[in-house]
Design a protein around this ligand. Structure first.
Ligand code: NAD
Length: 353
């Protein structure tokens, strides 16, 4: 369990981590170390899965996107994340995914952290994917294809490098400038990078295929003929009803691993399958209660949609890193009358102050 020392002096003052401070925190820890440590916390929390209150996230769908709330609690701490997914946003200079989140103390109900989570979501998604691959991908994998080279892509690459030693990337995006951006950003991180002209070219020789595209439709990013024996698929982009990336034939050949079945059956690749199609819960593999990869030729699929416990892990990890740093502001978020029941009196006194 992570220790959660007090960060701010008083309970009514809530530490707030802005985007700027999050970037400074991540860079001061080191991106790969941050991903490694965060992966450890994500894995620890999966191991104590049964301690968590779990519910599929609450989603408000609109024609162009979705806004979601993702709550969970382990009985001592409570967290929620606000996150959107709007694939059309990049066309007008906005991001597909943005987020912020709150961690709270269950005993008092007081918030103990408010933070940006756009960067943190990319980090926790990559960390979770890498944790899954550590348990599921063939041993000694070094080459990963990344289909979709947008905001999440570099984070995925670095988490797989940090946890699995992936050092060869094969990149493909329908927009070649996205792949070029990815190559530029990852220069100096020790990858051998190949830009590819198609998905078919990108998956050549890749032991791991990451799909992380954004499109609000049943897309077919990967067809069955492109997936060879022994490959691990890290399917990240299909995470909403009506938004998938894999042809259903792949799902019938693969051993499928998911975060929380009641949510993944609605949002993941497996929404294309019968509701009773067998899947294995990732936490069971991590906790040693279920088998991961059975043999070198098996196709394994992590049908990632992102689950609230991963945000809980990320929030607690960030909070554990804040004490003694300057990477947060103290936010006057919770009213603090001298006499707890004299809230109105506090308002009146402010008028005369
Ligand atoms: P983004 O818009 O920044 O990038 C998406 C990229 O996919 C773009 O560069 C686009 O050109 C490319 N693309 C679209 N269709 C393609 C195709 N057919 N073939 C190849 N490339 C294609 O989005 P992002 O922030 O990187 O997010 C990517 C996806 O991951 C989104 O769908 C998002 O909802 C999802 N996501 C999932 C999780 C999770 O936990 N599973 C977390 C965060 C984001």
């Amino acid at each position: 369990m992570l220790a959660t020392p007090p960060v701010a002096q008083k309970l009514n003052v809530v530490p707030f981590v802005s985007v700027d401070h999050m970037m400074k925190l991540v860079l001061s820890v080191g991106i790969e170390r941050f991903l490694t440590e965060l992966s450890g916390v994500v894995e620890d929390d999966f191991r104590r899965w049964e301690h968590f209150d779990k519910t599929p996230r609450v989603a408000a769908h609109s024609p162009d996107g979705v806004i979601e709330l993702m709550p969970t609690s382990d009985g001592a701490a409570y967290s929620f994340k606000y996150v959107n997914g709007h694939p059309k946003n990049t066309r007008s200079g906005l991001q597909t995914v943005t987020a912020f989140g709150v961690l709270a103390d269950v005993e008092s109900g007081y918030p103990v952290l408010l933070t940006e989570m756009t960067i943190l979501t990319a980090l926790r998604t990559a960390a979770t994917s890498a944790v899954a691959a550590k348990h599921l991908a063939a041993r000694g994998a070094r080459t990963m294809a990344i289909i979709g080279n947008g905001a999440q892509a570099e984070f995925q690459a670095l988490a797989f490098k940090a946890l699995l030693g992936i050092d060869r990337l094969r990149l493909y995006d329908i927009d070649p400038t996205a792949s070029e951006k990815c190559r530029r950003n990852l220069a100096g991180f020790g990858f051998e990078i190949t830009l590819c002209g198609s998905t078919e070219e990108a998956v050549q020789g890749a032991e791991i295929i990451t799909t992380v595209t954004a499109d609000k439709q049943y897309a077919t990013i990967l067809t069955d003929n492109l997936v060879g024996a022994g490959v691990h698929i890290n399917a990240v982009g299909g995470d909403c009803p009506g938004k998938t990336e894999l042809h259903a034939d792949i799902l019938h050949r693969a051993a499928i691993f998911v975060e929380y079945p009641p949510q993944t059956r609605i949002e993941g690749e497996i929404q294309q399958l019968a509701p009773d199609h067998p899947v294995t819960e990732l936490w069971q593999v991590i906790a040693g209660q279920a088998e991961g990869r059975r043999d070198p030729s098996q196709i394994t699929l992590f049908d990632s949609v992102g689950f609230a416990t991963e945000d809980f892990s990320a929030l607690r990890y960030v909070r554990s890193k804040l004490a003694g740093t300057a990477f947060f502001e103290e936010l006057d978020l919770v009213a603090d009358p001298d006499e707890p029941r004299d809230l109105f009196g506090m308002l009146l006194r402010a008028q005369h102050a």
